[in-house]
Design a protein around this ligand. Structure first.
Ligand code: GLU
Length: 282
């Protein structure tokens, strides 16, 4: 068993991160497997070295040890490019020149109606046909979207195996209608969260992905990409979300729940475990 924790160094780790990390860590240790760390720092406009240092420090303080050096996504851009090449050759990508405003205008046209998916407004398809790859055309240096209709066509019977939720069929129509043509390469990064996470889970040999239930829709995209790139699909463990006392989801910006803040106030790692509803470490 190989599990991982994959935080983005764009803010402090909060209770929700601690919960996810502890679950993945303890699961691997109990099975005699490995627990890996990956720093998801492709968004260089938001990633900061001091947040990365804080992640290492908080994890160590929590008593979590990871195997091998952390993998840093910012050092793997050429690997993501190769995966994009494969998808481009397969005719699954198209370049998109729409601005956010173009998308909003097209999606809110009366005959369209605006629909939201996991990445915001569902792409109305403006560039899809014109951007189809001509034979021999090299991968363009542009925003690249997945042609979801093409990609999902053959995947109707694939399943997501979830340790808590059981088996979920990957529904083709839901991917087309409620997810749409997601961005796989952003101009400023040359990649995207969805693409990098899929490439790296495979590169690190991750067998079990532990993540919050809020990422379930993203997981469907990831399983589809694994099929297109012929990568293995891990088992997923979507866990419940740690909420505020008033039931609101914890967001990273809510620094009030930062692990570092509890530490500064004198909390122990055991207190953090208790706060997220986990038994003391054995
Ligand atoms: N970097 C993501 C986060 O901050 C990754 C989680 C995942 O893909 O499981 O939550």
């Amino acid at each position: 068993m190989i599990t991982r924790f994959a935080p983005s160094p764009t803010g402090p780790l909060h209770l929700g991160h601690a919960y996810s990390a502890i679950l993945a860590h303890d699961m691997a240790r109990k099975a005699g497997g490995q627990f890996l760390l990956r720093i998801e720092d492709i968004d260089q406009s938001r990633a900061r070295t001091h947040w990365e240092e804080q992640i290492y420090d908080d994890l160590r303080w929590l008593g979590l040890t990871w195997d091998g050096p952390a993998l840093r996504q910012s050092e793997r851009l050429n690997i993501y490019r190769q995966a994009l090449e494969t998808l481009w050759e397969g005719g699954f990508l198209f370049p998109c020149s729409c601005t956010r405003r173009d998308i909003e205008a097209a999606a809110s046209a009366p005959q369209e109606g605006a629909h939201y998916g996991p990445d915001g407004l569902i792409y109305p398809g403006t560039c899809r046909e014109a951007g189809a790859r001509a034979p021999g055309q090299p991968l363009p240096d542009a925003v690249l979207r997945l042609n979801m209709d093409r990609a999902a066509r053959d995947c109707e019977f694939e399943e997501i195996c979830d340790l808590h939720l059981g088996h979920h069929a990957l529904a083709r129509t839901a991917l087309i209608d409620t997810v749409g043509d997601v961005v796989l390469a952003r101009r400023e990064m040359g990649t995207s969260y969805h693409l990098s996470v899929v490439v790296d889970d495979a590169a690190q040999g991750v067998t079990h992905v532990t993540r919050g239930a809020d990422l379930f829709e993203a997981t469907q995209i990831h399983v589809l990409l694994q099929k297109l790139l012929e990568l293995p699909t891990p088992t997923y463990c979507h866990h419940d979300l740690i909420r505020d006392s008033d039931g609101k989801r914890l967001a990273k910006r809510e620094d009030a729940r930062a692990i570092s803040k509890y530490r500064a106030e004198g909390a122990t790692p055991g207190d953090i475990r208790r706060m997220v509803g986990l038994p003391p470490s054995s």
